[in-house]
Design a protein around this ligand. Structure first.
Ligand code: SF4
Ligand code: SF4
Length: 303
């Protein structure tokens, strides 16, 4: 009978696909985080994906938040794992140390996840996984255990560069800001998160996008994601299934307690930014600037 490896254990505790890659060949973004965690470069990164989508949300007529912002903020889920999975792992392998990262990570997560075998990188820079497309967050369990101790076998040849998509161009063609395959400084998703006063052109872009937070256009034009949606490949993680908010208006935002607000993805820029975007979308006088955008009109008509 096959021995259970550390990787098997981690996959089973997380309940999601995971792949390992030696830290020594990961591209580092914030190497100091490894030093702070006391994890040497001989250790291993175990990358995992966290699916968040409920596919029926995609075509919900009143949704005015990006699909990733419909469930609670995934950083809260990572915190949950820190109090559940991490202590169990530490108890099972007391001779090793473990640290969970996500987003604020010592390594470039998309690059490492694709090279480790979790998926391919799309032209829009997102990781595309076989089962959940790009509707995933990425997390990594980093340990001082070496690759062999994690997987039970020697280190294979990892690709120097990550595998990429077939570059069909659908996302590039659909991007309203013309930035999908290049510097995404102009990205509509980033624009909805920008603090301060917007220019009239920026306001029109948000208005025409129709979302008070984020942009899903490149993801929804990708054939990989279209297949995921057609198959109804929903997340089964309770954290992402429960307490989803598809729609928000100014009144609801004002009524939200600080505790409830802090659980949402749009909280990280403070109330002022999402409040400004909502006011923009609720401004009936601006409707003509995007009169052909049925989504915007429908979302504004929400009771
Ligand atoms: S999120 Fe929207 S604006 Fe940003 S690259 Fe994708 S399609 Fe373009
Ligand atoms: S739409 Fe085409 S080019 Fe864009 S990420 Fe998907 S497969 Fe790649």
């Amino acid at each position: 009978m096959k021995d259970t490896t550390m990787l098997d254990t981690i996959q089973s505790l997380l309940g999601v696909p995971a792949c390992a890659i030696p830290l020594s060949i990961c591209r580092q973004s914030r190497g100091y985080l490894l030093d702070q965690a006391g994890i040497p470069s001989t250790g291993t990164a175990i990358l995992f994906v966290i699916p968040y989508l409920i596919t029926s949300d995609v075509d919900h007529p009143y949704r005015n938040l990006s699909l990733y912002a419909v469930p609670r903020d995934y950083h809260g889920y990572i915190k949950e794992l820190e109090t559940t999975v991490l202590p169990s792992l530490q108890k099972m392998y007391p001779e090793h140390s473990f640290k969970l990262f996500s987003d604020h990570s010592p390594i470039y997560e998309v690059d490492a996840a694709a090279r480790a075998g979790l998926g391919i990188i799309g032209t829009n820079g997102l990781l595309i996984t076989p089962n959940y497309g790009s509707f995933v967050f990425i997390g990594e369990m980093i340990t001082d255990a070496d690759y062999t101790a994690v997987t039970g076998h020697g280190t294979p040849d990892f690709p120097a560069d990550p595998p990429v998509c077939e570059q069909c161009g659908a996302c590039v063609g659909a991007c309203p800001m013309g930035c999908c395959d290049r510097d995404r400084g102009n990205c509509l998703s980033a624009l909805t998160q920008k603090k301060g006063v917007l220019t009239p052109e920026e306001e029109t872009s948000i208005l025409c996008g129709g979302l008070a937070w984020g942009c899903d256009i490149c993801q929804l034009s990708c054939p990989h994601n279209i297949r995921v949606i057609e198959k109804g490949q929903d997340t089964t993680i309770p954290y992402f299934v429960e307490d989803r908010k598809l729609f928000l208006n100014s009144q609801q935002l004002s009524a939200m307690t600080n505790e409830a607000f802090a659980l949402r993805a749009y909280a990280w820029r403070g109330r002022a930014v999402i409040s400004r975007n909502l006011a923009l979308l609720e401004d009936q006088a601006r409707e003509e600037s995007c009169i052909n955008n049925n989504n915007v009109t429908e979302r504004r008509s929400r009771p």
